[in-house]
Design a protein around this ligand. Structure first.
Ligand code: TSB
Ligand code: ZN
Length: 585
């Protein structure tokens, strides 16, 4: 989808359209006051205080109509520059604008206001010349948004919209938006019964249904095998720890706002863990290690809890209870490069298996100004950041650098992907850490018999099973490759009386080979059952009638295909094997 923000003219149009929206809001809700109305990748939004009123279904159409009316009227958009005092005087009845203006420095930036007809807004500009230029726009949706994004503040009404230069572009965009909605894992996850949520369990706490559980199990088996082959040792640890554990690790000081509050039991104080590193550090520290034992790779499919803002939780993509495909790799300083490279290779290998090609490598660095989030040891940070940069350069990977995105314990490589709806998210991550091993006083004996502190690589290939599943649902639109599909084969006997026995026999044979098979013997028309199988996106649909039964044959139709193919049973089984091995459809 087009990124409006990256197109200069569209950015200006969308910004002007935000003003047009504000003007229409003011006409329909005279008490309205306005916070900010920025241009975003998807168009624009405006945050508005409507007093006691809230935007409801149908209001967007009314607003759009009013916007069209104002645009047709064709008032010019006029800029006026103001001193800070003039600006404060002009907007004195609007506390939101006063808040903005009082934080402005008139020596650094010119303060300006833009007027069109009966509406004036504080704004840096630029704008189109006249509202007449705004013809092809659409208000997309509305939501609540806390003032300044802080849940302690008042909830404002946010209205989103988009504006284009011509009708075709607008229609193309709206069509893409519709397609994205169809691809949204929240919709597909519901339609295909992959996961659900319930208020009684809580926000951001999805329940994996049987179909989802099958997918997750396949993912677990898949990555477990790969990690085992690379020498990982898997463990199980509790999903709570004491507050002292997280004080030792530094999470308590640097990560507390992302954690659930603590709870007291007897004389211990526990937290639901947000990360698994501390537990793995203790496992490493349970034994003496020689440099010959390193790297030691401790892996776990580990449940974590994080306090994500209620407005940020989203299906399986951003949850408050998640399961990481986690591992902590304990290495000597000399092994960092090699081990980091192996992780990058594993990421690329996995992405190839899943056909993921649209992703970005981000090297996440500290913000040297932020002494609160990041521990204050410039030498250690510089060394860590240079090490990662060098490996990526040697590897020849394309990547970009992001200041202030590092974990509190070290810099990291994040792999970003774009969901169907909403901003980019991180899937895989590999993080370098010189800090936690020190805090846990970990050591190994080097070749001179001296004690040294190991370095740790934190890495999650899928990220979490939750987020990865969300992403795979959207990538495949629910048409999973054969090895992942909850039901792999659907058998439709043409007529139960004559063909059900053969259908059941084939089902049993395939099940014995490890396939997940369903026989649809409902008393429904063949065409109806075929259509249902398409809706449920089952990869292989077998239609078994007289000919198939008499010749031990299989006729099948693949998901998304109109063609029926007939093979001998043996050939069909071979075909399935090939498809599974290729991780194909
Ligand atoms: C890799 N200690 C490290 C670990 O050893 C760690 O926890 N890193 S993390 O904070 O980046 O989280 C790992 C991955 O979990 C992220 O890359 C992301 O893919 C996934 N993740 C993070 N938060 C959420 C969330 N709220 N919902 C779903 N997945 C999440
Ligand atoms: Zn970790």
């Amino acid at each position: 989808m087009i990124n409006i923000k990256e197109n200069e003219h569209l950015s200006i149009m969308n910004h002007s359209c935000a003003h047009l929206l504000a003007q229409a809001v003011k006409h329909l809700y005279p008490k309205a006051m306005f916070w900010v109305g920025p241009v975003i990748e998807e168009g624009f939004y405006y945050d508005i205080d409507l007093g006691d009123e809230v935007i409801k279904e149908g209001d967007l159409e009314r607003l759009e109509k009013e916007m069209k009316k104002i645009a047709k009227d064709g008032k010019r958009i006029v800029r006026r520059e103001l001193s800070k005092d003039e600006a404060l005087e002009m907007f004195k009845d609007d506390p939101y604008k006063v808040d903005l203006i009082s934080r402005m420095d008139e020596n650094e930036n010119v303060i300006s206001a833009y007027s069109q007809g009966d509406f004036t807004d504080l704004c840096r500009g630029p704008h189109v010349e006249s509202v007449k230029e705004l013809k092809y726009f659409k208000l997309i949706k509305f939501s609540g948004a806390y003032w300044k994004g802080d849940s302690k503040n008042k909830m404002l009404q946010r209205i989103y919209g988009v504006c284009f230069e011509n009708e075709n572009d607008l229609n193309d965009y709206l069509r893409e938006l519709e397609e994205a909605k169809e691809r949204d894992h929240r919709k597909i996850g519901k339609d295909l019964e992959i996961f659900m949520s319930h208020d009684l369990v809580g926000k951001g706490m999805p329940l994996w249904l049987p179909n989802g559980a099958i997918i997750r199990k396949q993912l677990e088996n898949y990555i477990y095998k790969k990690e085992q082959a690379m020498g990982y040792q898997h463990v199980y640890t509790p999903c709570v720890g004491t507050v002292d554990l997280y004080k030792t690790s530094g999470h308590w000081d640097h990560y507390k706002e992302n954690m659930f509050p603590s709870m007291k039991v007897d004389d211990e104080e526990f937290v639901l863990r947000p990360m698994n590193c501390p537990h793995h550090m203790l496992i490493y520290g349970n034994k003496l290690h020689s440099y010959r034992d390193l790297p030691i790779r401790i892996g776990e499919f580990a449940t974590d809890f994080r306090y994500e803002a209620s407005g940020a939780v989203k299906g399986l993509e951003r949850v408050r209870c998640m399961c990481q495909n986690d591992a902590h790799l304990f290495v000597t300083p000399e092994q960092i490069g090699d081990e980091f490279k192996k992780v990058v290779e594993l990421i690329l290998d996995v992405y190839k298996d899943f056909g993921i090609s649209n992703y970005k490598f981000r090297l996440s660095l500290r913000d040297p100004e932020d002494k609160e989030k990041y521990f204050d040891d410039d030498e250690m940070w510089n060394h860590a950041e240079d090490t990662l940069r060098k490996v990526l350069d040697d590897f020849g990977c394309e990547y970009y650098e992001a200041i202030g995105e590092a974990a509190f314990y070290g810099p990291k490589l994040d792999v970003e992907v774009k969901p169907a709806v909403g901003p980019e998210v991180t899937l895989s991550t590999c993080q370098l850490d010189f800090l936690l091993p020190r805090r846990f006083e970990l050591s190994y004996i080097d070749s001179n018999g001296e004690k040294q502190v190991p370095v740790v690589l934190h890495r999650a290939i899928f990220g979490t099973f939750d987020r990865f599943t969300a992403f795979i649902i959207e990538e495949t639109k629910g048409g999973f490759p054969l090895w992942l599909a909850p039901t792999q084969i659907n058998i439709i006997p043409v007529n139960n009386e004559y063909h059900l026995e053969y259908a059941n026999k084939i089902k049993e044979e395939l099940q014995n080979l490890g396939y997940r098979v369903n026989v649809d013997s409902r008393d429904e028309k063949l065409s109806y059952r075929m259509r249902e199988a398409q809706i449920n996106k089952i990869p292989y649909n077998l239609i078994l009638g007289d000919k198939e039964r008499d010749n031990e044959e299989i006729s099948y139709r693949k998901f998304g295909s109109e063609a029926t193919v007939t093979l001998s049973k043996v050939e069909f089984i071979k075909l399935l094997e090939d498809v599974i091995n290729k991780r194909g459809n």
